[in-house]
Design a protein around this ligand. Structure first.
Ligand code: ACM
Length: 415
């Protein structure tokens, strides 16, 4: 935070007479982040609307992590107090609620968003007020804000091994189907770059509106073009409709599988395992992953939210990122709790997550993760068929030669 924005922040708190003594007011403003016995944090995941199907699990995993941290004594003996908002799967509502959490509630960090559209919508709020947004979702990369900690996979952690594996096992002709917003389009651009390198071909590319549920014309195009792989970045409720209608049309995953970056145990639970069986997803986490930390995560989640509930590759980072936040905050003095200080303390921080040891990369505020490929089974779980032997460094500009980001949030050209 520079001096001008500090001054502006102090003025915003009604410190009209403070201009001559900014440090006094800065201190009192900052201490508000850990007032009394509480540290307020914002929770901004949709509980209604088309992506509530997945975002509800992010809210649940976040609240569970907060409970664990509070049960262990909190941070500096202070309890984490969640301020929960429902942004209703609507980017404009996300921005409005983000402003409330940052300005009225004085949250020291906010944990939120599934879609990249909602992340882009809140970004100006976090950048303007120098607050910190913890974003757990896989996304397209090509962003490096100094006001975001990114804990989901970027394309080099999700597509880099997946696309060559699909080409090798099924063939070079891909049909790209996505929801109509920034994430699927950018992610498909990466897929096209990879396919070009592999001598592959895009036989169709199509985007459906968010919440779309009528896939008959899309499925007719699958039947007409006969791709080897249907590469899906469809999100939300539409994932359920797409899978059900694919099966109802008599298509066969053994011949024309869907390969997805966004179909998780959560959407499969909603559609029924038989509709997902034989399709593939690439992600750093699956509920079926065998580790002591994952066993504990799944058991605690089901105890807290219901024995029939599932965990998934977005709820897992939603969970571990709260633990990373708490570890970073615990390194600071209680009166130094400020979003900018937490960001610095978070760089290089690690936690033993359900998927393996993860680390926030100080080079770019993204996270070292453990890529895997899973095949969906009729019981709603994934059989893990490939997994990285090492954690993989996040490279948010990997597919775009000449672009790189720095921890200050400035994007630089390599040459
Ligand atoms: C996404 O929009 N990042 C799934």
């Amino acid at each position: 935070m520079n001096r001008r924005s500090l001054l502006k922040g102090a003025m915003g708190l009604g410190a009209a007479g403070a201009a001559g003594f900014p440090h006094i007011w800065i201190k009192s403003a900052d201490m508000a982040y850990a007032a009394g016995g509480e540290i307020k944090i914002g929770i901004l995941y949709s509980l209604t609307g088309t992506t509530a199907i997945i975002e509800t699990s992010l809210n649940h995993a976040t609240l569970m992590a907060i409970d664990e941290i509070n049960a262990a004594g909190g941070v500096h003996g202070k309890k984490l107090v969640p301020v929960v908002e429902d942004p209703e799967s609507d980017p404009a509502t996300f921005a409005q609620k983000a402003r409330k959490l940052v300005l009225s509630d004085r949250c020291v960090s906010v944990f939120g968003s599934y879609t990249s559209a909602s992340r882009k919508a809140v970004l100006p709020v976090f950048e303007k007020y120098n607050n910190l947004y913890w974003y757990p979702t896989l996304y397209e990369g090509r962003e490096c804000s100094q006001n975001v900690i990114y804990t989901g996979a970027v394309p080099n952690q999700q597509q880099k091994e997946f696309v060559p594996w699909l080409v090798k096992n099924f063939g070079k002709r891909f049909y790209l189907i996505g929801s109509n917003y920034i994430y699927p389009k950018e992610e498909n651009n990466v897929c096209k770059i990879l396919l070009k390198q592999l001598g592959g071909e895009v036989v169709g590319e199509e985007y459906v509106p968010l919440g779309h549920s009528e896939f008959s014309s899309v499925i007719q195009k699958f039947q007409d073009t006969k791709p080897n792989v249907i590469f899906s970045t469809v999100v939300g409720d539409s994932v359920v409709a797409l899978h059900r209608q694919y099966k109802a049309a008599g298509l066969d995953p053994a011949k024309m599988p869907m390969a997805s970056l966004t179909t998780s145990e959560e959407e499969i639970a909603a559609m029924g395992g038989e509709f997902a069986a034989g399709h593939f997803t690439s992600a750093p986490y699956f509920m079926s992953y065998d580790s002591p930390e994952n066993k504990k995560f799944v058991e605690s989640y089901q105890k807290r939210w219901g024995a029939d509930k599932v965990t998934n590759f977005v709820s897992e980072p939603a969970y571990f990122q709260v633990h990373l936040f708490a570890k970073a905050a615990a390194k600071l003095g209680a009166s130094d709790l400020h979003p900018a200080e937490i960001r610095k303390a978070a760089w290089g921080e690690t936690v033993q997550a359900p998927e393996g040891l993860v680390k926030i990369d100080p080079d770019n505020s993204h996270t070292y993760l453990w890529p895997k490929i899973g095949e969906a089974q009729a019981n709603g779980q994934f059989k893990i068929i490939e997994q990285s032997k090492e954690w993989v460094k996040p490279l948010p500009y990997w597919a775009y030669e000449g672009e790189v980001c720095t921890p200050t949030g400035m994007m630089e050209k390599k040459s």
